[in-house]
Design a protein around this ligand. Structure first.
Ligand code: CO
Length: 134
């Protein structure tokens, strides 16, 4: 069911400092920041030869990553996103197998304009998983 890793998302408390670290210290190609109000984050994309990273900074106190950063004040890996070809078939398979979908079972449109779902981290060894239909 799982395809490529689409992206790995890292929550950061200071996006400017994270951009400097990835661009200047690690020598990666980093996009300009994009404000995604509907997702409660400001994001930069780090393009790597085989995948991309998303560095996420909370936008406002109700940001979905605010609680994560309270627990992990210096930042940390927030989720990993895998590609699937059919998100509804994937959802049915996952629910049959006992996995929990977070929030509404209806896919939402994610940061890339594609349907996504998030899976409960307790079902996957402490890792928040996003699946994205590509
Ligand atoms: Co994501």
């Amino acid at each position: 069911m799982l395809g490529r890793v689409n992206h790995i998302a890292i929550a950061v408390p200071d996006l400017a400092a994270a951009v400097t670290a990835y661009r200047d210290t690690l020598g990666a190609s980093v996009s300009a920041p994009q404000v995604l109000s509907e997702h409660g984050v400001t994001v930069v994309f780090v393009e790597l030869p085989n995948t991309k990273l998303e560095l996420l900074e909370p936008l406002g106190p109700d940001s979905p990553i605010a609680a994560f950063l309270q627990k992990n004040p210096s930042g940390g890996m927030h989720h990993i996103c895998y590609e699937v070809s059919d998100i509804l078939a994937a959802r049915e398979h996952l629910i049959q197998a006992g996995a929990r979908v977070l929030g509404s079972p209806d896919p939402k449109i994610g940061a890339h304009g594609k349907p996504v779902l998030f899976l409960h981290p307790k079902d996957f060894f402490g890792t928040l998983i996003e699946i994205e239909q590509v």
